[in-house]
Structure formats: C-alpha cells, structure tokens
Ligand binder design. Structure first.
Ligand code: THU
Length: 147
C-alpha cells in the first residue's frame, strides 16, 4: 500500500468520494450485535453503477458474512460478471480498515472475470489508503487459472 497515497485528498480517493460515501451509508445497516464493528463496502462498475454491502453477523460466530463478500454476492446476483473498477471499505473505528484475506479472494473472483485490477480504498475516519487489489493479493489464484 503506497503511503504517499494515504490521504483522502489524493486524486484517486477524491474521484471516488461518492463510492466512499456509499460504503459509509451501507454500514448504517450493518448487523454486528456481537463485534459492534460496523463495516460498509461499495463496489463501482465500469458503467458507473455502485453496489453496496454490509457485514451480517451470526450467533454462530464463524458464519458471519463480511461486507465485501455481501457486496460481491449482491452484484453477482444482479448478473454482474466483471467491470469492477473500484472498491471502498469503511468501518466504525477510527483506524483504516483493510479487507480480510477471504474478502480479497472473493473480490478477486469478480475482478478476474472481467480482467480488471480495481482500486481498493481502505478508509478510516480521516484517512484513506488506496491500493490495487493485485497489491493486496499478490500471486492470486483467480478464475483464469481454471479457464
Ligand atoms: N469484517 C468485514 O465485514 N470485512 C472485513 O474485511 C473484515 C471483517 C467484519 C466481520 C465481522 O462482522 C466484523 O467485521 C469483525 O470482524
């Protein structure tokens, strides 16, 4: 993750300020009664569409769904199979939140289908760190490996 790209004032983050706002909006509906850690995710597609998700916890803790995974599921349920150009992830704490390993792999499936390498905006209260998905998940196992 490029530390020089860590301010919300960077061009990439500014360009996607609506995407970041959509992720923050999605987190309002977070179901996180156990961790109280409310996560929002927003995906931008090449046609401009934004699809959101939030974390959905479960009394059987291990069955919890992360916000990014819910957003990818929502997008794929709408028939999207590529065109993922940017992702924003927000959380209730002040610190920058980065996607967990499973979510990186889930995002890679959708990105890989369309051959894109989306920007991932990892947002904190007053800081955004931006990286490409390929930087967060190097040497990824993606759909092309099985084509
Ligand atoms: N969580 C996400 O939604 N996305 C991540 O990438 C990391 C973790 C959620 C899962 C759980 O509801 C809460 O954050 C605490 O781990």
């Amino acid at each position: 993750m490029d530390q020089n790209d860590s301010s919300p004032e960077t061009p990439d983050a500014r360009k996607d300020s609506d995407l970041i706002a959509a992720a923050r909006g999605a987190a309002v509906h977070s179901y996180a009664p156990y961790s109280r850690f409310k996560v929002g995710a927003a995906l931008r597609f090449a046609d401009g569409t934004i699809v959101t998700g939030t974390n959905v916890e479960n009394a059987s803790y291990g069955l919890t769904l992360c916000a990014e995974t819910v957003a990818v599921g929502q997008a794929m349920a709408q028939g999207r199979r590529g065109g993922l150009v940017a992702v924003a992830v927000t959380a209730s704490g002040a610190d920058v939140v980065t996607p967990c390993g499973r979510c990186r792999q889930v995002l890679m499936e959708l990105a890989g289908l369309g051959g894109t390498d989306p920007l991932i905006h990892c947002c904190g209260e007053s800081e955004v760190r931006t990286a490409r998905l390929s930087e967060l998940l190097p040497a990824a196992f993606g759909p092309a490996r099985l084509a």
